[in-house]
Design a protein around this ligand. Structure first.
Ligand SMILES: CC/C=C/CC(=O)SCCNC(=O)CCNC(=O)[C@H](O)C(C)(C)COP(=O)(O)OP(=O)(O)OC[C@H]1O[C@@H](n2cnc3c(N)ncnc32)[C@H](O)[C@@H]1OP(=O)(O)O
Length: 408
């Protein structure tokens, strides 16, 4: 939800309330929409400040809502309505203004931030793009090159850097909310048209096509097969060449294609699983509460059982002749499945770890879990170990010999 109060008899304060990061859930969007209506109707109110509860402006759209059907007022018309207000609206940014949170702030006429606050449009890291006007407003505010950098990387930057880029208007080491309220009182009566970012032209360099093509090539190389960074460049291209309303249409169309993609679902799953893992301690408390003694599982056991079973299956695939050599399996994993390039691929990595060690580990886990077929060491792995664990480049010799024998 969002609370509404009036300070000094004239400054409406809208406070986002959805701990811990004041994500823009349906209830928060409804609260903001109601509060905006109240400020419009109240003749005493001459300016508005939007802030977040507990020193955090807003962590963006509520990612937990993405899985279900969306309810409540949509974000885009809500932000457009704020920008269109004829009373100045100031965002008081403390903690974070990320994703939809920054997009909300970009709909305000001014942005005042604490120096340590973090701002950014990290949607790309969730397989999305900033689709509440962020891809259209940010380049209009700070120019195409800087917007391309922020939106295609999704990085968070400090408010002090955001000030240099022109994203925020003032930073403070003190209380950003107090400063925003004082600022809101002072600017009453100043023209608001130049502060409505959607009405500004999008400043772009003369070699704009070259820049967009270069960034597109970069993002394709950096994140092979990832849809979101490419869509982000498409949305920014629209910001340069189309009027705001048509750019918003393009932003919506591109977001539609991303939203239901397996990639977006996978990245959002990864976001929550990363946080769940860090709550492992709490799971221990859960076990203790019910008087259970959990079996101690070291992180290495989980890693080794997954990794060595994968490698083992690679040896079986090689032996069956389904892949010509270990390089085929490694290339699939490095270029198709994001295996860290600096580890060469699962088969190369097995060679680095030592084939004898991989075999020993598989035997160990097979002994503990005899019902898991993937842990039964591949005959090819055994033969390679017996032959003194040759380098990965030599494995083909063993394979060819095997295959000739098996065809005789
Ligand atoms: C059409 C509209 C499209 C809009 C697009 C978007 O806005 S997409 C969302 C963009 N926002 C983000 O990607 C920010 C994601 N959050 C973070 O990066 C970090 O959480 C943070 C805000 C920098 C805070 O980091 P910190 O380390 O302090 O806390 P945690 O990461 O542990 O998070 C605390 C809990 O809050 C949950 N959470 C965080 N952000 C969101 C969110 N946007 N929606 C829903 N929930 C969020 C997080 O899962 C943690 O919850 P627990 O239950 O405690 O695990």
């Amino acid at each position: 939800m969002a609370s509404y109060s009036v300070l000094h008899g004239s400054v409406a304060l809208i406070t986002l309330q959805n701990p811990p990061v004041n994500a823009l859930s349906a209830a928060v969007r409804a609260g903001i929409t109601d509060a905006v209506q109240r400020t419009l109707k109240d003749p005493q109110v001459t300016s508005v400040v939007i802030c977040g509860q507990n020193g955090r402006f807003c962590g963006g759209a509520d990612i937990r809502e993405f899985g279900g059907s969306m309810s409540g007022p949509p974000l885009v018309p809500m932000i457009n309505a704020i920008e269109a207000m004829d009373k100045p609206v100031v965002a008081a940014i403390e903690g974070v203004a990320l994703g939809g949170g920054l997009e909300l702030a970009l709909g305000c006429h001014y942005r005042i931030a604490h120096r340590q606050a973090l701002v950014g449009l990290p949607e790309v890291t969730l397989g999305l793009l900033p689709a509440a006007g962020g891809s259209q407003r940010l380049p209009r505010l700070i120019g195409l090159p800087a917007a391309l950098d922020l939106i295609t990387t999704g990085k968070h930057i400090l408010a002090s850097e955001a000030l240099k880029l022109g994203i925020v208007d003032q930073v403070t080491d003190g209380n950003a909310l107090n400063m925003a309220v004082e600022f809101a009182r002072r600017i009453v009566g100043k023209p608001l048209d130049p502060r409505r970012i959607s009405t500004l032209p999008c400043p772009s360099p003369p070699d704009v096509d070259f820049l967009l093509d270069r960034v597109l090539a970069q993002v394709r190389k950096r994140a092979r097969g990832a849809l979101a960074p490419v869509a982000c460049v498409g949305a920014l291209r629209a910001a340069v060449f189309l009027p705001f309303a048509q750019g918003m249409e393009k932003e919506r169309e591109l977001m539609g294609a991303l939203f239901d993609s397996g990639q977006a679902r996978a990245l959002q799953y990864a976001f929550f699983s990363q946080r769940l893992v860090s709550q492992l301690e709490n799971h221990c408390c859960y076990w203790a509460r019910y008087g259970l003694v959990p079996r101690h599982i070291a992180p290495e056991e989980i890693l080794e059982r997954c990794l060595y079973a994968l490698t083992n299956e690679g040896f079986n695939i090689l032996q069956d002749g389904m892949a010509a050599g270990p390089e085929d399996i490694d290339a699939i994993y490095v270029f198709g499945y994001g295996w860290p390039r600096h580890r060469g691929g699962p088969m190369f990595h097995a060679g680095q770890v030592g084939l004898a060690r991989v075999l020993e580990k598989l035997e160990h886990y097979q002994h503990k879990h005899p019902d898991v077929p993937y842990l039964k060491p591949s005959p090819l792995l055994r033969r390679l170990v017996a032959a003194g664990s040759p380098a990965v480049q030599k494995w083909r010799e063993f394979l060819n010999k095997d295959r000739v024998h098996s065809q005789l």
